[in-house]
Ligand binder design. Structure first.
Ligand code: SAH
Length: 227
């Protein structure tokens, strides 16, 4: 069964965007992954299809309305829909490769993209939205976050990556950052490929890669070692 993503957004023309190319683009063409959009404006209120209003309690910006978003979510839900409902949100749990893998093993996702100051808290509770962040910085909308999440998921779907093994030794899959890579030429600007990599000794290569992965992780991301 294809991985089916339904994106709720005010900017449906942003999809599939970059995911229409390369690995993800071919997965979409084959039908291994499906990305469909729901235009939130269609669920807006009144003649002008309003989707937002001023924040209760005052302050800057606009807040997306709970009733509008709930109607869109309900319309996007399939019969017996088991897909997680995700809200892209800087307050969410930071996206990890482990969560990406879980999503790739599942039927898909319904992804709500926020805009403006954010969305009415009540719809998060009432529709059981899982808040997911792509990092500790603020985007202007959830669309790029959704594209990031989907890119990470789609490359893990069966048959998407040419060499399936390359998925398993990558950064985060082992709990470590990846070792350095080299390719021809053997010498470039006076820099040589480490001898062990051209020695033909596969055991030694494996040990070197593991040691380098540990060294780089210790230096750059001690938090990963602690985990
Ligand atoms: N006022 C909010 C930021 C709103 S940004 C705050 O201070 O937390 C507008 C929308 O962009 C959000 O609703 C969310 O959908 C999206 N967004 C912004 N930063 C994000 C991030 N780091 N990860 C995922 N989505 C993000």
């Amino acid at each position: 069964m294809a991985f089916r993503a339904t994106i709720l957004t005010l900017f449906p023309e942003m999809f599939p965007g970059p995911l229409g190319h390369s690995l993800a683009g071919r997965a979409l063409e084959r039908g291994d992954a499906i990305i469909e959009t729901v235009f939130l404006r269609k669920f807006g209120v009144g003649k002008h299809r309003v989707v937002d209003d001023t924040p209760a309690g005052g302050g800057a910006g606009m807040v997306m309305r709970a009733d509008v978003l709930a109607n869109a979510i309900d319309a996007a839900s399939l019969e017996g829909d088991a897909r997680p409902r995700i809200l892209m949100s800087p307050r969410g749990r930071p996206l990890t490769q482990a969560r990406v893998r879980e999503l790739a093993d599942g039927p898909g996702a319904v992804i709500l993209c926020g805009r403006f100051e954010g969305i009415d808290e009540r719809v998060i509770e009432a529709r059981g939205l899982e808040e997911v962040s792509i990092g500790d910085y603020v985007l202007s909308g959830g669309e790029l976050g959704a594209l990031v999440l989907l890119d990470a998921v789609i490359r893990l779907l069966p048959g998407v990556m040419g060499n399936a093994l390359s998925g398993e030794t990558e950064s985060f899959e082992t709990g470590l950052l990846e070792h350095p890579h080299y390719t021809r030429p053997a010498e470039w600007e006076g820099r040589r490929i480490p001898d062990v990599l051209t020695s033909g000794d596969h055991g030694a290569v494996e040990r070197w890669r593991r040691a380098e992965a540990e060294r780089i992780t210790r230096e750059r991301r001690p938090d990963l070692i602690a985990r």
